[in-house]
Structures are given as structure tokens and as C-alpha cells.
Design a protein around this ligand. Sequence first.
Ligand SMILES: Cc1ncc(COP(=O)(O)O)c(C=O)c1O
Ligand SMILES: Nc1c(O)cccc1C(=O)C[C@H](N)C(=O)O
Length: 414
Amino acid sequence: MSEQKLRAKELDAADVLAARRAAFVLDGDGGANGGGTVYLDGNSLGALPAAVPGRIEDVVRRQWGELRIRSWTEEGWWTAPERIGDRIAPLVGAAAGQVVVGDSTSVNVFKAVVGAVRLARLTAGAAGAARDEIVVDATTFPTDGYIAASAARMTGCTLRPVPPSGIPDALGERTAAVLLNHVDYRTGRLHDLPALTAAVHAAGAYAVWDLCHSAGALPVGLDEHGVDLAVGCTYKYLNGGPGAPAYLYVRAELQDRFDSPLPGWNSHAEPFGMRPEYAPAPGALRGRVGTPDILSMLALEAALDVWDGDVTIEEVRAKSLALTDFFLECVEAYVPGGRVECLTPRPHGERGSQIALRCPDAGDVMQRLIGRGVVGDFRHPDVLRFGFTPLYVGFADTERAARVLAEVLAETGA
Ligand SMILES: Cc1ncc(COP(=O)(O)O)c(C=O)c1O
Ligand SMILES: Nc1c(O)cccc1C(=O)C[C@H](N)C(=O)O
């Protein structure tokens, strides 16, 4: 048995989260016997939690099929967005009452960025500054950039794309809002949320964070670091399922000034009053828009059961770092030097829960890996992404992924 296989065995034996894998529907055995799929694409679509199919069956057959309209009240459909928000809240370091679930990440980016500009202008009114610039992370996942550009046009702002490292120097008294990604979707780089949020505040602006690639993988500390607004999806490390609703965080102190650009009836103080004039509800409810997608919403609620019990985000982070360290160690042991270039930073403080490797024939390499049961993904033009979800990925999986990668790279030459 190779040195790496032995280490994998030891690491799996000592893994305090190993038993959580049973809460998911996965083929394979955690790599122990080399069978089934090694699923390293939870940074795109998390695996199916075993509790979801039964819950959805109940929601469809009993709640919808038998109770019908009564379920809006009797089964808590109406309050699901804030109830489920309160279950996500501790995972992102937020006290209850600040997270509301619904819509897509893109739609929540729109609400948050326009809301942040409006907040900045309220504050600026007193100080007399113009606040007509939105700064966006130049390396952002594309949707955030597209939405921020539209938000800028609508609010009469200029959009300024800046790489995250340059953001502190780019801020000034014109900055209204700054939209940042906590973890870069391509490289897996973790940005310094506390320092960047503090820099945004020092400039008198509002910080909006996209947590898609960090929520459920590492501690975020939204309240602790004074983040203003945040958004994220729930289909990656929160395992909510394809197209699962996203969420919006609005810091408690800002909620009564948060002026949503999408003030639908679900965010009205008295939605069934059916009034012609809009009056916003208090609290996180203000982030709601229209009728929530109940089937997806309740699938997400069932998926969040995997966090019940004694699992902590700190344990998840520790295992995530151990997995990505071990993957890099195995890649170094198995893959000839120079064949791939690691784009993910080595320092733990700069690393999310994925490893991104650059190689010229990445598309072909990933197809071959998938054909052999190692599922990661390819990002244009030359990046292999491997996402490590600590709740269900083990160390034997990790060793096997690196070993199969080396075999594929040996075949494909270059
Ligand atoms: C950082 C980031 N933001 C946003 C999105 C997507 O947003 P939406 O849920 O609207 O498709 C993704 C992934 O698809 C993402 O990685
Ligand atoms: N949301 C996705 C989808 O609907 C289809 C395929 C992939 C996705 C993703 O989430 C991609 C992902 N955000 C990424 O980091 O590339």
C-alpha cells in the first residue's frame, strides 16, 4: 500500500465527521474499496441529503395533495423564508432575524446592491458626499458583475471593477457600495472579509458579500465583522438541490432603512391587507418579494437537517483544510512536476474549500476523470476544479481522485 493510501486510512479513521456521509445519497464507499463515484463537485451542486425525498413526498402528497391551501398556515409555508433563514443564520455567523430565503442569488445581488446604494445615499445626505460609484470585485462570478452593472445604470452610479487586493486603495468618498465574493469561484481564493469590510466602512460605504462558495464550508462571521448585506446560494455546500432558493442577509441595524428595489407584496407589513400603498414589513422580511417556491424551499429545509446535532462549522473548516492539504500532497506525490499549476493559495487563511489546477488540456482531462468516476468540473479556459464538501468527502476519496488524475494526465501527455 502506498504511503498516501496508508495516510488516507489513518485520516479517515480519525475523522470526526466521517459518520455524516451516511446522511447523503452517494454511490461508492468513501473510496475505501476504490468503488463508485468520488464526488468533488459539491461547490457546484451539493449531493442529495437522504432526508429530502421523504420530506418532498410528504409536502407534495399530504401538504399539497390533502391539506391544499391550509398548508400556507397549518404547515408553515407562509413563514418558511424567514424560518429557514434562521437555520442558515448560525452557519454564516448571524443572529436570528437577519436572513431571509428566496429567489436566486442573482436577484438577491440586485436587491442588496441597490439597497446598499440607497443606504449610502441616506447617510451621504447628511454628510453631503455624492456616493455615485459601485465597486465590484473584478474577478467576480459573472452574474454579480452583470447585475451590478445594471444596478449602477439604474441608480446613476458608475461601475468600477477592481481586483479584491486593490479595493482598499480604490475606495473614496464617492464609493456607495462594494460587491465582493468571499471565495473566488475559479481559483478557490478566500478573500479577507473582516479587513475588506472594515476598509469599506472606513470609506463610509456599504459592503455586500456573495457567500456562494463559503457558506457551509467555513465560518463567515457576518455579525462579528459588521457585514452590511450578504447573499448566497444554497445548492452548493448547503446541499439544497438544483435551483434551491438563495438568501439575503441584512444587518439588524440597517433593516429599518433597507429600501428594497423589489418591494413585492410578500414584504408588505400587512400582505393580506391588499392595500394600494406599499408599507414595508419590519426585519428581514423586507427582503422578500413574491410567493416563495415552496417545493424547493422545503427541500432545502430538509437538507439543512444534516447540520443538526453536534456538527460545527469550525469542524467542517478543519476537515476542509485537511482534505485540500492532503489532495495537494497526493497531487505532488503522483503528478509529475510542471504538468499542472495550482491556482489555489497554499496559506489556509487564503483558501476556500476547493482546489483549482490549471492545465492546458483541462476540458479533455475532466471528461476522462468523470469517465473514471472522479467528478469535478472544468472552468473555461483551462481550469480543473475540485470541490471538497467535508460532510461527505473522505480522505480515501481524495487519494483516489489524485491518483486517477495522475493516470489521466499521463495518458493525455502535453
Ligand atoms: C459566486 C456566485 N454567485 C452567484 C452564482 C449564481 O447565482 P444564481 O443562483 O442566481 O444562478 C454562482 C453560481 O452559479 C456563484 O458561484
Ligand atoms: N448554478 C449552476 C447551474 O444552475 C448549473 C450549473 C452550474 C451552476 C453553478 O452553480 C456554477 C457555480 N456557481 C460555479 O462556481 O461555477
